[in-house]
Design a protein around this ligand. Sequence first.
Ligand code: GLU
Length: 466
Amino acid sequence: MGNLRVRFAPSPTGYLHIGGARTALFNYLLARKNGGTFVLRIEDTDVARSTQESVDAILRAMNWLGLDYDEGPYYQSQRFDLYREKIEELQSKGRAFRCYCNVEELEEKRKTALEEGRKPKYDGTCRHRPDQPEDQPYVVRFRSPDDGETIFEDRIKGTIRFSNEELDDLIIQRTDGTPTYNFVVVVDDATMDINLVVRGDDHINNTPRQILLYEALGYPVPEYAHVPMILGEDKARLSKRHGATSVMAYREMGYLPEALVSYLVRLGWSHGDQEIFSKEELIEKFSLDQVGRSAGVFNPGKLLWLNEHYIKNGDPERLGRLLKEYLQAEGVATQPGPDPVAVVKIMQDRSKTMVDMAQGAAFFYKKELEFDGKAVAKFLTEDKIPVFKSLIRALEKQDGFDQEAIESAFQKVLKEFDLKLGKVAQPVRVALTGGTSSPSIFEVIEVLGREETLRRLNKVFPLCGA
Ligand code: GLU
């Protein structure tokens, strides 16, 4: 499909959540793969619940994930004239009518239907109403066919049939004159030439109503692909109980966007058992044929595993820039201090998230270390004082300051006191980092640099219980 036109149509009533991001991603990949167009449309007809803040949050999240769109964002709130025109068109064709039934009347009828064991349905009272009083509130309803079936071929779910009898005379315009979701989505998708609608399968019941509207308006019906929901591990619909559901919360927790993209694409789609994909590979390989029919189960452990993978293999320059941001978010100033790129190179093998990395690397930048009391008591003992003194001398005198040079300074001290490296490395680690866990001590010293290492070692004596 050379002129494939797909869209992502979020309602700006909150942040971009994991499920929405996956829908956006599938649309994006299909557009890129087919040389098509990816349209972004903001569905903000629900004025009371839509906010600019939420639009901004959605745009930021899409940008972070690298889901760039080709057209839009279009805003439904700016298209009300078009919707009004189309509602009038349906009325003049006799396919829509004003309904003056009030809410209480309808509620009464609904109750009676339920009591009598019938499925509640609009009874058509206003379908043939001769008078059109101007001074009474009304909604506009679409006149749904009384019989027949609406059938469509879903690209994921197969053939789907609905009996038209089941479908109500849908409200397309509310009493306040605003149009409703099922109507505007049709006018928009049709006028934006969308020819494939990819969205969550929570919309599947809307599809027959929308198809009838396409037909009534004389528009060609697009193809549909309804993507199964995402569930939590307990098989309930994914919610906050299962962990963060906001895309940007994952950024805050130190996830890389490519980890989330790789994770989300596999929630519903598979390519053999491959787990790691570059974006180029995804664009090449993604296809609706391999999207499964059943719901995907969100597995935070796997997402973390992917994140670890991408951090381990990430470009240190880029991760260095990110590390700076995450350190700042932790309240740690990165000036003065070692080049974050050098820090990344020794931390990226041991960090599951960027937050992990920032927390593990904070000691490089802190003027005053926070010491772990237990570690101090265990390793900074009085007998270490001569060892530290000797190490300070050896490091001062040492030619060069790469890992080899640092190691040879250590060797001198080990020899002098007849100690094994382990006996010296851990006290030095506590002295330089405040705790007992860090990359190799030679790497830490090289990255800290001679001046800062000596400054820290010289401050350690009062802690050594002398
Ligand atoms: N605005 C709708 C939503 O957020 C999506 C509509 C659609 O994809 O057709 O669920």
